[in-house]
Design a protein. Sequence first.
Length: 663
Amino acid sequence: MSELNPAMQLAADYLESTNTVIFLTGKAGTGKTTFLQNLKHTSKKKLAVAAPTGVAAINAGGMTIHSLFQLPFGPLLPGGNERPDIHYSQEKKELLGNLELLIIDEISMVRPDVLDQIDLILRNIKESPHPFGGVQLLLIGDLSQLSPIIRDEEWTLLSRYYATPYFFSALAMQKTSYVRIELNHIYRQKEQAFVDILNEVRNQQIRAESLTLLNARYIPDFKPTADDPYITLTTHNSIAQQVNTEFLEALHGQEFEFTATIRGDFPKDAYPTETKLKLKIGAQVMFVKNDASAEKLYYNGKIGTVSRTVGNTVFVQCGQGDKEIEVETAEWTNVKYQLDGEAINESNAGSFAQIPLKLAWAITIHKSQGLTFDKAIIDVSEAFASGQAYVALSRCRTLSGMVLRNPISTHNIIGDPAVIRFNEQATLITPDAHTLQRDQLLYEKYLLGELFNFGALKTRLKGFQMLLPDLEKDIISIAGKFTKQLKAERSQQAATYFLEKLIIATESLHQQLPGLIGQSKELAKKADQLIIWLMNRIRLMEYFAQAPFTTASYLELTKNKIKTNAHSYLKVLNALPNEKLYEQILGWREKTAVKENIMPNMVLSEKTTAAIAEKLPDTLKALGAIKGIGAHKATQYGQELIGLIRTYQQELQGSGIDQVSLF
């Protein structure tokens, strides 16, 4: 797609070779979601994805902003708590400390105070004066769509600090140089007349002839036939529920109920469908998940009709003459980010398993954001928020596939003058090849500063200062002075100096640590982290003492970091039961993740893998009872996992090793 789309290619280049904050925007249907999903699989940076709501987070494959940063939901006034991260666990601090790219989807719905709080937290954790602690932000969304939800009493407080309720008014955004890249190629709509109307609605400047053409789709008392799958988009949830209930009750025949299985932490506001899904033969339904199989028979937003049910399987007909789609229980995962060494991996904090359908005679405009429909009945006569009319109209592929329940007038097209002003001014921050080159040079300077940034060493040294009394004077203090007058031509000389000091410090630590650590796993863990950090920094200094500094060489060296300490203190204290099997299951996990195009921790977490290796389950029931597996994964992966376990046990018996001794 990027070869045909210069704007996407420019965004990809910025993400690969700079740490500039990027606002990636574009009209509905221009591929913002596709770009995000591709980036998750191709980016070489350690990244996390966040979104303002539970549904948006699940759809984007990330966490909610409030969960990732442990934020309260009320207004976050600037200049308040200077250390909101003070209560973070060490794991959370290390995870955010290793973050290189933060992607925030649906940025139009994010308040400015939330973005300022993220800036404060990342600067604190990274111990960096740079905006967002030097972490690159990719902000994805369309300001013409749904806006932040702020109550009047909240805005009374926030308006003292912010000119508008949008993210671009954040104080951090005023302090950082960022670029706005707009995707212009529309993949959703193909009719030029319809595209033109949508652009006018988006810009709140609809011409009389366009409004007339739009209102030609008003068909009084329109009632689709049972074979004509229209979905109604409405402004209020109560209206959508009422429409769905009335249609379902009007159908004759037996009602079938499917109950969701919820495990672990899965927030209610992120439930993709009903926990008790009631269906009848003939019910109009919408798929709420993309088909993960190779056939790709359905996608999120596809409309069809329930044709029959067999046990826990629902069959859906999506068009006359089309083959029935067999629909079984699907699983959604609530992503949690975990640190593995210094890599950031996704893990499963909880899951929601249910038939991936919901009644679809009607849904709210709010829940339709991000979806596409071939046929829709739209009612924006009671629109109450900016962007609602545009979101609803832009869900449709064609003008002919849309029916208006009530005529649209100009007062239904609610917009915000602040957004129009921002979009007009944003032409000044539209990047090109020249600005990309400028920002690449700034990134190189930033990375050079990171090479000689010993803030992380200072943090890791807590508890071990008495072992290295000269470290503050010989390394940390000197580095602080050097970074204030940073020059690339002096980097080799500086690297030579720090290399010598780091080697002396590391050798001294190795000699003194064993006696100090004793039998404390906590101290052993901290010692390992400290040694690993020092070894990696020594590798960098060895290279740059001999070669000039370049972005490419620095990124390549940091990508291939030492992840484990060969003389690990923690490993001795914390040896895993059946470690060989544990490693074999991890190898299987990697191959399975590649095959299914998902993150390894979404197959099995390391904790669950260790539990399998320890308990050696030999039946599907025993496997399913292990925390993090459950019936669904036991069915999905059980045959292969039990096969690995049995092979391992046979090898043990053949070698004469007593299995019990491994526990």
